[in-house]
Design a protein around this ligand. Structure first.
Ligand SMILES: [Zn+2]
Length: 237
């Protein structure tokens, strides 16, 4: 290759690389999964949160007539996202609309959960909030309840803090509890599962579909997170 041709080849490759870098930069800005970096006053990096709205797409979750859990989970999660962004958090979600992360695979549910986990691990947030609604064969059970992963001390602190606000903001008399949850366990990130209420209970079902109640629930989650972070700062100055 002559020097002239070599130079041309290098320039072409350089131009292609620059174009690719520019494209990636643009894509990353508009990537719906990206966490906007919003620095907090004082220069400390804002805490990152991943919200996981349970179910989606083919997977409706709990159902009562035409009321689908997946829709309520997403609506509460979007309220929570808005509140957290306004509060200076960096927020990502595992889904932003009504879709499953897997529509084709045979082992859909497991694959869907693995993809959610991959999003969470990629974002490496400080906190993880999984949003679901409960459902029982009996219609008498009601009230929101917050769960943390077994043996996660910080998770339980967070769950208790959120549950306190749930008790204050809604009619629930439940207490925070623990369970084994795939995303909380495998991600190893401090977090909790928010069971916003019972779709199988008439009163809960009516409230869970109301935007102002969903916002109340989301506010309770946010305030619980704030309380938890305050408590942690006392322990780890
Ligand atoms: Zn669910």
């Amino acid at each position: 290759m002559t020097n002239e041709r070599l130079r041309k080849t290098i320039y072409t490759k350089l131009a292609a690389a620059l174009a690719l870098a520019l494209m990636l930069a643009i894509v990353s800005v508009f990537d719906r999964g990206s966490m906007p970096i919003t620095g907090m006053p004082g220069g400390t990096l804002a805490p990152g949160v991943v919200i996981d709205p349970g179910h989606g797409g083919y997977d409706g979750g709990a159902q009562w007539g035409d009321v689908l859990e997946k829709d309520i989970n997403l609506e509460i999660s979007l309220h929570l996202r808005e509140i957290l962004l306004a509060g200076g958090y960096r927020v990502a979600m595992t889904r932003y609309r009504d879709y499953s992360l897997v529509e084709q695979a045979r082992t859909k549910k497991r694959e869907d959960m693995i993809r959610r986990l991959a999003i969470i691990e990629n974002k490496a947030p400080d906190l993880l909030i999984v949003v679901h609604c409960n459902s029982m064969a009996s219609t008498r059970w009601s009230g929101g309840q917050i769960f943390s992963q077994h043996e996660s001390e910080k998770g339980l602190e967070l769950a208790k803090a959120i549950q306190d606000y749930f008790r204050e903001f809604s009619a629930t008399t439940r207490f925070a509890s623990t369970l084994d949850h795939f995303l909380l366990r495998e991600s190893n990130i401090t977090g909790c599962l928010v069971e916003a209420g019972f779709i199988s209970n008439a009163k809960d079902r009516e409230l869970l579909q109301q935007s102002n109640y969903q916002r109340k629930i989301a506010s309770a989650v946010w305030l619980g997170m704030e309380k938890y972070r305050h408590q942690q700062r006392q322990i780890e100055p």
